[in-house]
Ligand binder design. Structure first.
Ligand code: B12
Length: 284
C-alpha cells in the first residue's frame, strides 16, 4: 500500500494534463474553424499554380467598405485569392500551351488562366457546394463600381494591408487631388495581383476570429512615398518595392503588365518561345 500523498500527487498531475490537453484542443478548434479549413484547402490546391488564398466574412468586409458591399449573410464563408509572381512566370505559359484554342477566341490570357484554375479548384474540391466566384475585373451591372472591392477583401482576410491616403498625416499632395489607396503584402510587398473572391453561399462560420492584417509599411514617411508612387507613373514599379521581398515579378512579367492590353500579343509570343525552349531543354 502506497502512502496517501502519492495518490494525491498522481491525481493532481492527471488533472493538470487533462486541463492542458483540453485547452490545446479548444484553441486548436477555435483556430481551425470551417472558414479556415475551406481557405486552407483552396490555398494548398492553388499554391503550385502561383495563387494564395485566405478566409474572410462579409461582416468584416462590410464593416470596412463604405460603398461596395457584399450582400450575403454576415457569417458566410468567403475566400480571397491573389496571384504571385509564379502565376505568370510558371503557370501561364503551360496554360496557354494546353488551351491555345480558347486564347485564339480573344480575351485576356491572365483572366482566362485564373478562371480556369478557380473553376478547377471549386469543382474538384467542393463538387456539392453552391459557390459564387467574383473576379477583380467584374463590374456591377448598373454602375461603374466593381462587384467586390478586392483591396478591402484582402485587408479583411489579412493578406495585405490596404494603405489609404487618409492615413497620411501631412500629405505632400494637394488636398483636392483624388489619390488611390494601395495594398502591401508582408510576403510579396506590391508584387501580386488580386484575382478573385469565392463565396460559399451555404457555409457559415461563427467561430472564426478577425485578425487585423500586418501593416508592413508602418511609418508615415514610407506611407507617403507609397501613395505618391502608386499615384504617379503607373508603369514605374517603385511602389511595388516599398518593402523587401525575394519574390518579385520577372522583367518579362513586368513588361507584360506595363504593356496596354491591345499590344500584348507579341509579349505572349515571346513568353511562349521561352517556354518552348525550356521544355525542349528539359527533354534533352
Ligand atoms: C477601377 C480600378 C482602377 C481605376 C480607378 C482606381 C481606383 N482605385 O478607384 C484606375 C484605372 C485609375 C486604376 C489604376 C490602377 N490600378 Co486599379 N483597380 C480598379 C478596380 C477594378 C476597382 C477599384 C474601384 O473602383 N473601387 C471602388 C472604390 C469606391 O473603392 P475605394 O476607392 O478603394 O474605396 C473603398 C475603400 O476605401 C473602402 N474603405 C473605406 N474605409 C476603409 C478602411 C479600411 C481599413 C479599408 C481596408 C477599406 C476602407 O470603402 C470604399 C468604398 O467601398 C480594382 C479591382 C477591384 N475589383 O477592386 C483595381 C485595383 C485597385 N487596381 C490595381 C492596380 C495594380 C492598378 C494600377 C497600378 C494599374 C495596374 N492595373 O497595373 C493603377 C494604379 C493607379 C494609377 N497610378 O493610375 C490593383 C491594386 C493593387 C494594390 N496592391 O493595391 C487592384 C486591386 C486590381 C488587382 N487585380 O489587384 N485602377
Amino acid at each position: 500500500m502506497l502512502p496517501g500523498w502519492i495518490y494525491i500527487g498522481v491525481a493532481i498531475h492527471v488533472l493538470i494534463a487533462i486541463v492542458f490537453i483540453s485547452s490545446l484542443l479548444y484553441y486548436h478548434n477555435k483556430a481551425n474553424t470551417l472558414a479556415v479549413k475551406v481557405a486552407t484547402k483552396v490555398d494548398k490546391y492553388l499554391k503550385e499554380f502561383g495563387y494564395d488564398a485566405a478566409p474572410f466574412l462579409p461582416k468584416w468586409y462590410n464593416d470596412l467598405s463604405t460603398i461596395v458591399k457584399l450582400d450575403y449573410a454576415p457569417n458566410t464563408v468567403c475566400v480571397v485569392v491573389l496571384s504571385n509572381a509564379d502565376m505568370f512566370d510558371k503557370t501561364l505559359p503551360r496554360y496557354i500551351s494546353e488551351h491555345d484554342p480558347e486564347l485564339k477566341q480573344g480575351g485576356d490570357c491572365v483572366d482566362l488562366c485564373t478562371r480556369h484554375y478557380m473553376n478547377k479548384a471549386v469543382t474538384e474540391l467542393f463538387p456539392d457546394e453552391d459557390i459564387e466566384i467574383m473576379y477583380d475585373w467584374e463590374l456591377q451591372t448598373n454602375s461603374r463600381l466593381p462587384k467586390v472591392n478586392m483591396s478591402t477583401a484582402g485587408h479583411a482576410a489579412g493578406l495585405a494591408f490596404y494603405n489609404r491616403p487618409e492615413e497620411v498625416e501631412s500629405p505632400s499632395w494637394e488636398s483636392k487631388r483624388k489619390m488611390f489607396g494601395c495594398s502591401i503584402s508582408p510576403k510579396y510587398s506590391g508584387w501580386f495581383g488580386y484575382r478573385a473572391v469565392l463565396i460559399f453561399k451555404n457555409l457559415k462560420d461563427d467561430d472564426i476570429q478577425y485578425l487585423p492584417p500586418h501593416d508592413a509599411v508602418g511609418t508615415q514617411e514610407l506611407k507617403t512615398k507609397l501613395i505618391e508612387c502608386f499615384n504617379g507613373d503607373w508603369k514605374d514599379p517603385a511602389w511595388r518595392d516599398i518593402i523587401f521581398t525575394d519574390k518579385r515579378y520577372s522583367d518579362e512579367q513586368l513588361e507584360y503588365f506595363n504593356t496596354l492590353p491591345a499590344d500584348r500579343l507579341p509579349r505572349i509570343q515571346a513568353l511562349m518561345e521561352r517556354f518552348k525552349d525550356e521544355e525542349v531543354k528539359k527533354d534533352l
